[in-house]
Design a binder for this molecule. Structure first.
Ligand code: CAA
Length: 384
């Protein structure tokens, strides 16, 4: 398989790189401190077509492929991981789920404002007692004439406070286990939905994470996404794409930490020379560079399979697993190279280290990725 990027993919990468480093990066450290939601960044991303990247032009999107999208996402993550996770959930799970499972009317109604950035999307699957195993969720949506009445509580919802449209899963048939789950499009102004307190997180501090509480939340029939019982499949398909996005976020943060470590090592002098001259440090840099390159190739491989309409579930999990564990090693080493300064807020490397920590957790822990990969190994021997 060749990874020669097309001219369009290279153009997207270079355009987003310039934009993210000039416009997004300068405020990232301050946002981390204040936890201010990056609404202005999202507005600029929308102007550049980065909020409906894989949405076809007929719905106001940029019509890019997944490879172009993950290259762009990695560049945004390089500058600000908080902005990147909002962009990721919005593009991969929200826009793509509506694109693949929405009716013509739902696509018309929601994809245009999502691509324009006037509506920001969130995805609500996780519950207080259903994280890795969402099939045991207890939120219920009971049919009542032309409506469903939703009751339940969702947890750790990215953009939970600021999203205008939330894809919510709930049981429509309690007897049916995962086949009894359905998916709904819930608007922010629905009086049956309340936002709980924000989580005070270790990293990604400018991305809001909140509980969503549904109390007799009435959802019109036309806002059910897919058929009754399709919810688990819709969530899993969305997460397949989303996990390539987490690999891209991991790659972006790892590259930022790596570049910072290389720069620092060429400036910092000890024992009469820059520390970049010491072999111990150069071997760390070589290992970091190799791991970043391996993650990049896994990410591109999964994105390429998706763009070619091939099965990519296992490859998305491999990319997510490897890249998210890689970025935790790379940011730890980058911080180590900075010595005592790396432990201070004077340098961005401590933020990279904190931001990276959640990548092995959200959109499926490393342990869940290993479940997905090993299931595919045993079920699908073609890929052994
Ligand atoms: N695509 C489509 N369908 C899929 C699928 C996929 N990738 N994976 C599974 N399914 C379907 C199967 O075909 C099967 O359907 P049928 O019964 O109709 O045949 C059904 O789902 C169940 O499949 P499994 O038996 O393999 O399911 P399981 O229960 O053994 O395992 C799991 C499923 C992989 C553990 C899954 O529950 C999982 O991924 N858990 C982690 C959840 C997760 O990632 N949560 C993240 C929260 S969202 C988030 O973090 C977003 C954010 O805000 C940043």
């Amino acid at each position: 398989m060749s990874f020669k990027l097309t001219e369009e993919q290279l153009m997207i990468q270079s355009m987003v790189r310039d934009f993210a480093r000039e416009v997004i990066a300068p405020t990232a450290m301050e946002r981390d401190r204040t936890t201010e939601f990056p609404a202005d960044n999202l507005k600029r991303l929308a102007e550049l077509g980065l909020l409906g990247m894989m949405v076809p032009p007929e719905y106001g999107g940029a019509g890019a492929d997944t490879v172009g999208y993950v290259l762009a996402l990695a560049e945004v993550a390089y500058a600000c991981a908080s902005t990147a996770v909002i962009m990721s959930v919005h593009n991969s799970i929200v826009c793509e789920s509506i694109l693949h499972y929405g009716t013509a009317e739902q696509k018309d109604r929601y994809l245009k404002p999502l691509a324009a950035g006037t509506l920001i999307g969130a995805f609500a699957l996780t519950e207080p007692n259903a994280g890795s195993d969402p099939s045991r969720q207890t939120s219920k949506a009971i049919r009542d004439g032309d409506f469903y009445v939703l009751n339940g509580r969702k947890r750790f919802i990215t953009t939970g406070r600021n999203a205008g449209l939330i894809i919510v899963t709930a049981k429509t048939n309690e007897e049916m286990y995962h086949r009894g789950i359905s998916t709904f499009l819930v608007k922010r102004d629905n009086p049956g939905m309340k936002v709980g307190p924000l989580e005070d997180k270790m990293g990604l501090r400018a991305s809001d994470t909140a509980d969503l509480i549904f109390e007799d939340c009435r959802i019109p029939l036309e806002d059910r996404l897919g058929q009754e019982g399709d919810g688990f499949k819709i969530a899993m398909t969305g997460l397949d794409g989303g996990r390539i996005g987490i690999a891209a976020q991991s790659l972006g943060v790892a590259q930022a930490a790596f570049d910072a470590a290389v720069r620092y090592s060429q400036e910092r002098e000890q024992f009469g020379q820059t520390i970049s001259k010491f072999q111990g440090l150069r071997w760390m840099i070589a290992d970091m560079a190799t791991e970043i390159e391996a993650a990049r190739l896994l990410m591109l491989s999964a994105a390429h399979l998706k763009d070619n309409g091939e099965r990519y579930t296992s490859q998305a999990s491999m990319a997510k697993l490897f890249a998210s564990e890689m970025v935790n090693r790379v940011t730890a080493q980058a911080l180590q190279i900075h010595g005592g300064y790396g432990f201070t807020k004077e340098y961005p490397v401590e933020r990279y280290y904190r931001d990276a920590r959640v990548f092995t957790i959200y959109e499926g822990t490393s342990e869940i990725q290993r479940v997905v990969i090993s299931n595919h190994v045993f079920k699908d021997k073609r890929r052994l």
